[in-house]
Design a protein. Structure first.
Lengths: 570, 266
């Protein structure tokens, strides 16, 4: 492999505490190294910003639900197709881009890793086929557990060991990365036409509460010592007053300490926090509770969050929270697609337009930004748009602009039709904090990498780490003249190296890289009861046999990177 | 106003996607520059000049530009695509997407046009002196935003699915109409001077259909609502009034429920 030396750039690396100092970064054999030989190719990064490759902790980028969105929204591809160009294959789609466009767009913004946030275990093969077809970026996928019949049955009796054994088995056969929970119990309840809107609403038939599911899965996660924590989309998403459910959910993690060898400190990751920080009793008195939610997270160090910023675009919402999507189609009357995944989960898809002239959308925009600006520790708050739910991931540079420039926020607020309502229902007008480049590197690189248990591999520029290096056209020595320059610079890297291979040059794709599928290989204690239960469920209930369930082999995971976890000794 | 005449000299073997035949794309260009404008024949990029003889220079702006399309354009799609001003006259027939996404100006097709004419039209005027194909003034596939403004006049007949997801604007058809008129519509008006087949106003939330001829099969979701006298194009006549589609959601305006209206001449 080639050697590179990136000279004269302003380096921002929270892993080593480098805050914009001029430093050379050396790359050899796919890794960051201390020094390279004289034959190394020199990349001049003078007056530019150098960061590690960014890490996406939560996005819906692969799998049946994403593809359902692509299929039933041909209008999303209208006027958004790009033809074949150099190394780039053709692509299309705005909120639900094709797999190829997904990989290219992430790479052009300097992303090295992206996590698919909700994998239906039964369709893990489909998820992995799409991951395989998404070039350049390393990806992992979180199988969903919060409405899974095995989990509900084991946790009803608080059987942590059995739950953990089942989780380990499922991660292995689906090549999954972490334990994801979506509307715990609520999606299953919806099979009975019900939902769980608080952590104490019982799930019909299973007679278990969301609180028991959440707590049990946190304990199972720590029992196994997985790299990432339990990753939750709590109950009652998107409803006025939902912040109370959010606080109740987070309180379930109180007193639980992280137990793992990956340097992860949190036991609960609360995702798309914006959708869970609403006060009020209806859409008329709808207000921000970002302060209440972030106050709690600021105090409780065993929790990390991501923002879920609304980008004010037309987009496609998609979630395993089936009842929520049904609720949403009733609000906006746009087309609704719904899928039930036997024994495991469900999903819904509805297009949505976050219009700046609708007060609720403008308030949602403000809440997402408030959360990022109110969080004291950028290492525990990561920027997401819950792609494509609050907006497409391609809008990250615009979110960075709003976070890094009070002027940009003020301009946006001024342009809202219901500006006064935004200011009265949120605190966005009182926040003068501007996220620095160093904090941005914490929120988009070092932080999410640590939360995912990947701190030794990515998110930083320390020798020994993967050589994922992004160079941006921003000179930190000069004040930003126009906030739009921030958006422009982060939209297209000057150069991007992924695992030591230059994949982007001047914003153009120059290589399709060497993408990997990240998954967690858990060695757990033999558990004959769980093995028997799995066998029985396949014989009795599943519409496929156990032999057809596993995502394995070259076809599904052609370039795997397994993170080994040994849970046989616990 | 400057006039550019483009005359078909080499009929393409495959269908030509000519999104550039619009006053907006021609504006400010001379004949030679217009001949260089990009088109696709099938999936192969090409230029307008390969198929058309171009004569005359365009005006400085779209509003100052008139385009006359002569010869056999039966295999040409997207004439007048996204036009905002100016004028286009198609002297013979044309294929799909005539005046699609048009916002302004006037487009006259003297022959027949294919399907999807005036897809998601926002403004301007489209006159089709021949027959229109299916999906006239409809939404793009999958979209829920059909024609929202402007006027369409069809002197001949129209195909199926006229005004699907229509939100505003007016369509007048002097001849007959095939099945599905204003399906899912939330506004706008379609006037049919001839006969219609079936499924008029299916899942219609708001909007108006006026029909002078016969309807083969009425939608069961429409309910009689008395008789009214209406003035259409300066002539008064009596119409039976129906409201619907009763199976669909309906908005309230000032306390009253808003329905789709269907008026059939008595």
């Amino acid at each position: 492999m080639s050697e590179y030396i990136i000279k004269n750039g302003h380096v921002f690396d929270p892993v080593q505490g480098i805050k914009g100092d001029k430093k050379d970064i050396c790359i050899k054999d796919g890794k960051i190294v201390d020094k390279v030989g004289s034959s190394a190719k020199v990349i001049d990064a003078k007056d530019k910003t150098v960061m590690a490759g960014a890490v996406e902790i939560h996005a819906h980028v692969a799998g049946p639900k994403v593809n359902l969105g692509r299929i039933y929204r041909p209008e999303d591809k209208l006027f958004s197709c790009t033809p074949t160009k150099g190394k780039e294959r053709m692509g299309g789609g705005a909120s639900i881009p094709t797999t190829f466009k997904t990989g290219y767009e992430y790479a052009k913004m300097g992303f090295a890793v992206a996590m698919e946030a909700a994998m239906p275990p039964l369709f893990s093969r489909h998820v992995h086929e799409e991951i395989r077809d998404t070039p350049i970026i390393d990806e992992g996928a979180f199988p969903v557990f919060g409405n899974n019949w095995f989990v509900l049955e084991y946790l009803k009796n608080h059987e942590i060991e059995n739950t953990a054994a089942y989780c380990a088995w499922l991660l292995n056969v689906t090549k999954g990365y972490a334990l994801k929970v979506v509307n715990p119990g609520g999606t299953e309840a919806w099979g009975w036409g019900l939902n769980c809107l608080t952590v104490n609403d019982p799930v019909p038939y299973f007679d278990i509460t969301p609180a028991e599911i959440v707590k049990g899965l946190i304990e199972a996660n720590e029992y196994l010592g997985l790299p990432h924590s339990m990753h939750i989309h709590p109950n009652n998403l998107g409803n006025p007053g939902c912040y109370e459910t959010t606080l109740d959910t987070m309180k379930l993690a109180e007193g639980i300490k992280a137990k793992n060898k990956f340097g992860r400190e949190q036991v609960l990751h609360l995702t798309h926090t914006q959708f869970h920080s609403y006060g009020g009793t209806n859409w008329g008195d709808f207000e921000s509770k970002a302060k209440e939610v972030t106050d709690y997270v600021n105090k409780n160090k065993n929790i990390t969050i991501d923002t879920g910023n609304v980008t004010l675009d037309e987009t496609t919402t998609m979630t395993a929270d089936g009842p929520f999507e049904h609720h949403l189609t009733g609000l906006n009357h746009l087309k609704w697609a719904n899928v039930d995944v036997e024994l495991e989960t469900a999903a819904g898809v509805v297009p949505y337009i976050y219009s700046p002239s609708i007060s609720v959308c403008a308030i949602q925009w403000a809440i997402g930004l408030e959360i990022a600006l109110m969080m004291k520790d950028p290492m525990r708050c990561y920027i997401t748009t819950d792609h494509p739910n609050a907006g497409p991931f391609t809008r990250y540079p615009r979110v960075y602009k709003w976070l890094m420039s009070e002027k940009a926020r003020k301009q946006q607020i001024e342009s809202f039709k219901h500006k006064d309502k935004v200011l009265s229902q949120t605190a966005i007008g009182t926040l003068d904090r501007e996220i620095s480049l160093y904090e941005l590197a914490q929120m988009t690189r070092a932080g999410p990498a640590k939360s995912l248990g990947l701190a030794a591999m990515c998110g930083g520029l320390k020798p020994g780490m993967d050589a994922d290096v992004a160079i941006y056209n921003i000179n930190p020595d000069k004040p930003v003249a126009n906030p739009d320059d921030i958006e422009k610079a982060f939209s297209r890297c000057a150069a991007f190296f992924k695992s030591g291979v230059q994949v982007v040059n001047n914003g153009e794709i120059v290589s399709n890289g060497n993408k990997r599928t990240l998954w967690v290989n858990v060695k757990a204690k033999e558990n004959p009861q769980v093995a028997r239960d799995i066998n029985e469920k396949f014989v009795k209930y599943y519409s496929i046999t156990q032999a057809n369930y596993e995502a394995l082999g070259h076809h599904f995971v052609p370039n795997p990177y397994a993170i080994e976890v040994d849970a046989t000794q616990v | 106003m400057e006039t550019v005449t483009i005359t078909m000299k080499n009929v393409p073997a495959l269908y030509l996607e000519a999104e550039t035949i619009s006053p907006d794309a021609f504006a400010g260009k001379n004949a030679a520059q217009i001949a260089e404008l990009p088109v696709f024949e099938g999936n192969v990029p090409s230029t307008l000049g390969k198929y058309f003889e171009v004569s005359g220079n365009a005006g400085a702006t779209a509003a100052d530009t008139k385009i006359v399309v002569k010869g056999d354009a039966k295999k040409v799609k997207y004439i007048g695509f996204k036009m905002t001003a100016g004028e286009v006259v198609i002297e013979g027939p044309a294929d799909q997407y005539v005046g699609a996404w048009m916002k302004g100006g006037k487009l006259t097709a003297k022959g027949d046009v294919g399907a999807f004419a005036a897809t998601a039209m926002k403004g301007g005027e489209l006159v089709i002196e021949g027959n229109a194909g299916n999906y006239l003034g409809a939404a793009y596939r999958g979209d829920w935003r059909g024609m929202s403004g402007g006027k369409i006049l069809v002197m001949g007949n129209a195909g199926s699915d006229t005004g699907m997801y229509m939100l505003g604007g007016e369509i007048t058809i002097n001849g007959n109409c095939d099945v599905h008129v204003m399906t899912h519509a939330e506004g706008g008006k379609v006037t049919i001077k001839g006969n219609a087949k079936s499924k008029l106003g299916g899942q219609m939330v708001d909007g108006t259909i006026i029909i002078f001829g016969n309807i083969d099969v009425m939608m069961p979701g429409f309910k009689p609502n008395g008789e009214v006298e209406l003035e259409v194009d300066g002539a008064k006549a009596k119409f039976a009034h129906f409201i619907g589609d009763m199976g669909e959601r309906h908005k309230k305006k000032k306390g009253a429920i808003v329905y789709g209206n269907l008026y059939k001449k008595i």
